[in-house]
Design a protein around this ligand. Sequence first.
Ligand code: C5P
Length: 399
Amino acid sequence: MLDGKKVLIAVCGSIAAYKTAFFVRLLIKAGAEVQVIMTESAKSFITPLTLSTLSKKPALSSFEKNDMGEWNNHVELGLWADLMVVAPASANTLSKFATGACDNLVSAVYLSARCPVMICPAMDLDMYKHPATVKNLKTLKDYGNLIVDAEDGELASGLNGEGRMAEPEHILRHVENHFRQSQSLKGKQVLMTSGPTHEAIDPVRFIGNHSTGKMGRAIAMELVARGAEVQFVSGPTGHYPKHAQIQVTKVTSADEMFEAAKAYFPESDVAIFTAAVADYKPKNVAKSKIKKKESDLDIVLAPNPDIAKQLGAVKKHQFTIGFALETDEEEVNAVSKLEKKNLDMIVLNSLNHEGAGFAHDTNKVSIFDRHNNVSHFELKSKAEVAKDLVDLLEKALNE
Ligand code: C5P
């Protein structure tokens, strides 16, 4: 099941570290290649020799020189792994991960890792319930990390409750599910548009909007986590996704976005239009900076191409998904856009909900499809909204 999969296991200081020995054995038996890294305090609970013997590789806890004499094994390890599993993850390490602190090999590898990270917390029940730990776990979930919740039972302190690291067999099941899911969109080519567009008025000014591209980036990351390849056409934003399976094409205006999207569309299986494309552009772009005058300044606007609509009109096998940001008659408008743009699905995000829409890290959406199905979701992080959307996409592609 895990043949050839490269799993990096990070061990923190917790009594549950003894269970990691069993977990390493299970992974090796399942065919995975395992590399263990550990914090200094983890060594008080389990020896590097035990974990090195079971994993068949030296268990590392310090920065080491590579063949080139560079101190960058944290980067190499972060690039090597298909999956990083932090088991057990102590309250201290969770807090470091959540804030970006970096004072040992484990935290440096975490920050360098390009692969998905699965976190298996282990601590006493009061530490687990503390609002600081709850907040750190939520932050890590929002970053897109996979959390394997601690289980209920007897704890080393003698207390009983939630906080025990999940049993090795349970973590193994999560790892297997992860790799199964990571193949579910393998071979699918997805075109995405994302971010705002900037429509030039003159060489220094433009018409734009508040889109940050965060929702688009979260969707792209979820798609590649399931094996898809993404052509990501993005307007100007600071939120470009970084992944070997995502090719980013940077554009500025709606016309440029349309040209790029048109080029990729025929080869795509799915197109997701998350971009907030400016509906209008200045009809004439001034060649030099427009001078300030006392009188009014009129700018004549011409319509931009509707990318989703135009590609929807020529689509063949492509499954297309659009977004709608509405303030009035939200559902009616969303469904009408689904029809007009010949979409298969539309994601409605309402500006009437606090925490939803532009710039926020959270979003509250309802997703409509062309068969009159609707799914309403709670306010969630954009990473979780992306999971919900890609779940529905996957289901529709398999029907
Ligand atoms: O009509 P409206 O702008 O509300 O439609 C939103 C949906 O259409 C989004 O998916 C957006 O990316 C797409 N769209 C587009 N080109 C435009 C305007 C909107 O692709 N010019």
